[in-house]
Design a protein around this ligand. Structure first.
Ligand code: NAG
Ligand code: NAG
Ligand code: NAG
Ligand code: NAG
Ligand code: NAG
Ligand code: NAG
Length: 502
C-alpha cells in the first residue's frame, strides 16, 4: 500500500500549457532574492559579479511577498552545479555556467531545500518554473584548454562542437559555435546528436520528478538545434515550456510555436518581439505607440497561440525600465500593459520596487539584491500589480474565453494606446500613455465599434476608482490626468469582486 502511494506521488506530472495559461510568473534571481539569514543589509555590489548569498530557503521565507501581488508561479535561476571560483567575468551566481547536471548549486542550498521550496509553492497553489540550460557547459580559461573530464555527464569532447566564434547573421553558426568568449568559453553541446539528446531526456525526466517541477524556462533557444525540443519536451512530461528566443524578429520568434508534425516546437516563448516596441513606446514621450499597436497585430498574425506567450517589460538580461526613464507613471503604464497582455506575464524581481540600476544599464547592473528594498508592500508598483493580476483573474473567472481572447490595440495616437481584451460586457479596456507625469490631462474618444461599450454603460477605472459613462452611441470619452494609466471594466461585471468597493 505504502509503495503504491509513493509510486503515485512520484508520477505526479508537470503542469500542462493550458494549466499555465491563467497564471502569472514572478522571476527570481535566486542569488539576489533573499538570504537564509533574512539579512536586508548584506553586501551585494552588482559590479563585483559575485555570489551575494540568496538561497532557496530564502525564497520560501518570502513567498507571501510574491503571492501578495497575485503571482501564482515562480521562475528560479538554474539549479545545477556551476563553474567554481572567480573568472574574468566574476562568479557563476546567475547560474548559466553549468558543469554538472547531476549536482545542485550548493550556494543555493541542498536537494532537501529545493524540494522544500517546491512543496511550499505547491502548498500555496503556486507553480515552480526552473530555468534550464542545454546548449552549453562553461569553462574558465581559453577554449583550447577545456578539460572535458570536469563535466558531467558530457565528459567527452565528442559530445561538443569544435570551437568557433558565433556569426549572428548565420543561423547555423549560432547553433554550432560557442557562446561566451575566450576568457569564459561555453563549450557547445551537439544537441543534434542522438546520444546527447537521449542523455538530456533521461536527465530532464528525473529532474521534473525529483523536484516536482511544473514548467521550464529554456535558456538560449536560438543556439540550440530546434529538432532537439519535441522529444525533450515529451521526456519532461509535456509541460509548459517557455523559450528564450532572444530576437525582436516576429517571424523568427513565432516560428518556434509553429507545428512540427503534431506538436509545436515550444508551447511558449518569451515575447521579445513585443518587448522592444513596448519598452521603447513607454520609455519616453516620443516613444512610438503606432509601432507598438502594429507589432501587436503582427504577433497575432505570426504566432500560433498568443495565450501561451510570456510578455515582460524587464528581465535579468535587459535594462531596468527605470534606468530608461525615472518617471513613475511611465513605469505604471508599461507594467499595466505587461500584466494585461496575452499570455503568461512575467515580472522580474525588483520591477515592483521601481528598481533602477546603479553604475550602468543591463547585466550585471540590473541584478540588484531585492533585500535592499526591505520587501516593502506599500509601494505603488506592488499595489498596481496586485490590482491588475486580480482583475485578470476576475475577468478569466467570469469567462474562460478571456484567456484565449486576443488583446488588440483598438486605438493609438502619438502618446496613447488603448488595448482591449475580452468579450462584450466583461472586456478590459486599458488606456495607456507615455505622456508622463508633467503632461496636462488629455482625452481620447473611443467608438463603440471598437470597445463594444453600450449606451449609458458605466465603466469603472479599477486603478483610480473613477467612472466613465458611455454616451448615447456607446462612445467613451476617457480623460487621462497626469500621464496615469486607466484600466476600465464594466461596473456591472465587477459586482462581488471587491475592486473599488464593488
Ligand atoms: C581534468 O580534470 C580532471 C577531473 O577534475 C582532473 O583529474 C585532471 O587532472 C584534469 N586534467 C588536467 C590536464 O588538468
Ligand atoms: C554559417 O555557419 C556555418 C557554421 O559555422 C558555416 O559552416 C557556414 O559556412 C556559414 N554560412 C555562411 C553563408 O557563411
Ligand atoms: C533524481 O533522484 C534519484 C534518486 O535520488 C537520483 O539517483 C538521480 O540522480 C536524481 N536525478 C536528478 C537529475 O536529479
Ligand atoms: C526576420 O527574419 C526573416 C527570416 O527569418 C527575414 O526574412 C526578415 O527579413 C526578418 N525581418 C526583419 C524585420 O528583420
Ligand atoms: C512609428 O512607427 C510607425 C509604424 O512602425 C512608422 O510608420 C512611423 O514612421 C513611426 N513614427 C515615428 C515618429 O517614428
Ligand atoms: C471629453 O472630455 C473632456 C474632458 O472632460 C472634454 O474637455 C471634452 O470636451 C470631451 N469630449 C467630448 C467629445 O465629449
Amino acid at each position: 500500500m505504502v509503495s503504491i502511494i509513493l509510486l503515485l506521488l512520484h508520477s505526479v506530472s508537470a503542469a500542462t500549457p493550458s494549466q499555465w495559461r491563467n497564471r502569472a510568473i514572478y522571476q527570481v534571481i535566486t542569488d539576489r532574492f533573499a538570504r537564509t539569514d533574512g539579512s536586508t543589509s548584506a553586501t551585494c555590489n552588482t559590479g563585483d559579479r559575485v555570489y551575494c548569498g540568496g538561497t532557496w530557503k530564502g525564497i520560501i521565507q518570502h513567498l507571501d511577498y510574491i503571492k501578495g501581488m497575485g503571482f501564482d508561479a515562480v521562475w528560479i535561476s538554474p539549479i545545477t552545479f556551476q563553474l567554481q571560483g572567480k573568472t574574468m567575468w566574476g562568479e557563476s551566481y546567475a547560474g548559466y555556467w553549468q558543469q554538472d547536471l547531476y549536482r545542485l548549486n550548493g550556494n543555493f542550498g541542498t536537494a532537501a531545500d529545493l524540494k522544500a521550496l517546491s512543496a511550499a509553492l505547491h502548498a500555496q497553489g503556486m507553480y515552480l518554473m526552473v530555468d534550464i540550460v542545454v546548449n552549453h557547459n562553461a569553462w574558465n580559461g581559453p577554449p583550447s584548454a577545456v578539460n572535458y573530464t570536469t563535466f558531467n555527464p558530457f565528459n567527452n569532447p565528442s559530445n561538443y562542437h569544435p570551437f568557433c566564434e558565433i556569426d549572428y547573421s548565420n543561423t547555423t553558426s549560432a547553433q554550432v559555435c560557442w557562446l561566451g568568449d575566450t576568457n569564459v568559453p561555453l563549450p557547445d553541446l551537439k544537441t543534434e546528436s542522438p546520444t546527447v539528446a537521449s542523455t538530456y531526456q533521461t536527465w530532464i525526466s528525473q529532474l521534473m520528478s525529483n523536484y516536482s517541477i511544473d514548467g521550464l524556462r529554456l535558456d538560449t533557444v536560438l543556439n540550440v538545434d530546434p529538432s532537439f525540443w519535441p522529444a525533450f519536451s515529451r521526456a519532461a512530461g509535456s509541460p509548459y515550456l517557455v523559450g528564450e528566443v532572444y530576437t525582436g524578429n516576429t517571424s523568427t520568434a513565432c516560428a518556434y510555436q509553429q507545428s512540427s508534425s503534431s506538436s509545436p516546437i515550444l508551447p511558449g516563448i518569451l515575447n521579445y518581439p513585443l518587448y522592444f516596441p513596448l519598452s521603447a513606446a513607454f520609455a519616453s514621450p516620443s516613444g512610438n505607440m503606432t509601432a507598438l499597436a502594429a507589432r501587436i497585430a503582427e504577433i497575432h498574425n505570426a504566432c500560433a497561440d498568443t495565450s501561451l506567450l510570456a510578455p515582460f517589460s524587464e528581465n535579468a538580461d535587459v535594462p531596468r525600465f527605470a534606468s530608461l526613464t525615472g518617471d513613475l507613471v511611465a513605469a505604471q503604464n508599461v507594467l499595466a500593459f505587461t500584466l494585461l497582455a496575452d499570455g503568461v506575464p512575467v515580472v522580474y524581481q525588483g520591477q515592483e520596487q521601481h528598481y533602477s540600476s546603479v553604475g550602468g544599464s543591463g547585466d550585471p547592473w540590473n541584478r540588484e539584491a531585492l533585500w535592499f528594498s526591505g520587501y516593502q508592500t506599500q509601494v505603488p508598483l506592488y499595489g498596481l500589480t496586485k490590482i491588475l493580476l486580480g482583475l485578470r483573474k476576475w475577468a478569466g473567472g467570469l469567462d474562460q474565453g478571456y484567456w484565449g481572447y486576443g488583446m488588440w490595440a483598438i486605438y493609438s495616437d502619438a502618446r496613447t494606446v488603448v488595448v482591449r481584451k475580452g468579450y462584450p460586457g466583461r472586456q478590459v479596456l486599458a488606456v495607456l500613455t507615455n505622456a508622463g507625469s508633467q503632461a496636462p490631462a488629455h482625452a481620447v474618444q473611443l467608438g463603440a465599434d471598437k470597445t463594444a461599450a453600450t449606451k449609458g454603460q458605466v465603466w469603472m477605472d479599477v486603478l483610480g476608482c473613477g467612472t466613465v459613462v458611455a454616451d448615447s452611441n456607446g462612445g467613451l470619452n476617457v480623460t487621462i490626468p497626469g500621464g496615469w494609466p486607466r484600466v476600465l471594466f464594466p461596473q456591472a461585471a465587477l459586482k462581488g469582486s471587491g475592486f473599488c468597493g464593488q
